[in-house]
Design a protein around this ligand. Structure first.
Ligand code: SAH
Length: 348
């Protein structure tokens, strides 16, 4: 029999699960707390549940929080983890220290099917989506390992969150639960490559988190060359969805723009970008592209990025250059998993 993942259930789902078995509702609360507050790794640890209940859970369910398989610490203090999942798949997370606290970048899928040309996560395609507990478990394991509270989360690791909307939504409910880690939505950012139905669905939920959109290019020709998703959801439609999101939620969208030498880093691109941003009060994050094997792109140099930022400022667009953390530990999306896979092929 295929076991269900108990660690992937929200409190509401646990209540329904308990009810279906004729258990009182407080059992659901106890189980939630064992999993998401006390991080029990086994049902036998749930000592305030009757033995028969523990055994029934053992038979029907699994707890599938990820385990740390590898860890790398950068000179700048950034920590990168490779997590092993219950089925031997792996995903990455990165913990960064900022003045306001620790931020973790979590993965939402093993691999990705979006095909962005500059991204290591997508090179082997999508293997599978993570469940909500596997996303939350990255935060739990990293927090335990560093021994400090993680206060901020960015969903910018491997995978496209809107290609796994339901589990991502459940993860958000679990992680912000006051009987879980209780991380406020204001401390959570979610990044999408531009899946419009996901943006529309999120807008209706009024969660109060920050939506980031990976724009990376200001017109369809360039963007479709870098990101195949643009063929399905072109720039004009994407920007209309972002404006609608802002209107619906009252929250500003932020944009990521990874700078590739000779591709999207010209002053003409800055002008086009400023037109797209007109009247949005949006924030643009300029990111030096992190070169990955098998990708033709190299990063624009620091002077060009600074000139691009200046041009945007003159055009009234607020842009910052993202500090590059963890460059010495291949902290860009999907790089560590790929390295380990290559090593395993050489030394199985
Ligand atoms: N699928 C989501 C979230 C994961 S990627 C999205 O596309 O937004 C997180 C961010 O890193 C995205 O902006 C993505 O475009 C960017 N990214 C991926 N690979 C990169 C690389 N090699 N260099 C710079 N940015 C990269």
């Amino acid at each position: 029999m295929c076991k269900v993942s108990l660690s992937a259930m929200t409190k509401e789902e646990l209540k329904a699960f308990a009810e279906a078995r004729g258990w009182p509702a407080f059992r659901a609360k106890q189980i939630f707390s064992w999993l998401h507050q006390k991080r029990a790794a086994a049902f036998a640890e749930m000592t305030n549940l009757p033995r028969a209940m523990q055994e029934e859970l053992e038979r029907a369910c699994r707890i599938d929080f990820p385990a740390i398989a590898r860890k790398q610490v950068s000179k700048d203090g950034t920590v990168k983890y490779l997590f092993r999942l219950f089925d031997e798949n792996s995903v990455e997370s990165v913990v960064m220290k900022y003045s306001y606290g620790y931020t973790i970048c979590v993965s939402s899928q093993v691999g990705c099917r979006m095909g962005c040309r500059f991204c290591a996560s997508t090179q082997g395609g999508l293997v599978r989506s993570l469940n909500a507990g596997e996303i939350a478990g990255q935060v739990y394991a990293a927090q335990k390992d560093i021994g400090e509270r993680i206060s901020h989360i960015v969903m910018m690791g491997m995978g496209e969150p809107f290609d796994n909307y339901d589990e991502v939504r459940k993860f958000l409910a679990i992680i912000s639960d006051d009987e879980g880690l209780n991380i406020g939505m204001r401390n959570i950012s979610l990044s999408t490559c531009g899946v419009i139905p996901g943006i529309e669905r999120l807008a209706k939920e009024h969660l109060g988190l920050t939506l980031s959109v990976s724009l990376h290019a200001p017109n369809d020709t360039l963007r479709s060359g870098m990101m195949p998703i643009n063929l399905k959801y072109p720039v004009a439609d994407l920007m209309a969805a972002c404006r609608a999101y802002q209107k619906e939620t009252g929250r500003r969208v932020s944009f990521e723009y990874s700078m590739v030498q000779g591709v999207n880093d010209s002053d003409a691109c800055a002008v086009q970008l400023s037109r797209l941003m007109k009247g949005m009060g949006a924030h643009v994050n300029l990111i030096p592209i992190n070169p990955v094997d098998g990708s033709p792109y190299s990063s624009a140099d620091a002077a060009r990025i600074a000139a691009f930022q200046k041009k945007l400022a003159l055009l009234g667009v607020n842009a910052t250059i993202r500090r590059r953390l963890g460059a010495d530990i291949s902290a860009a999306c999907g790089q560590l998993r790929k390295e380990v896979q290559t090593e395993m092929k050489k030394h199985p």
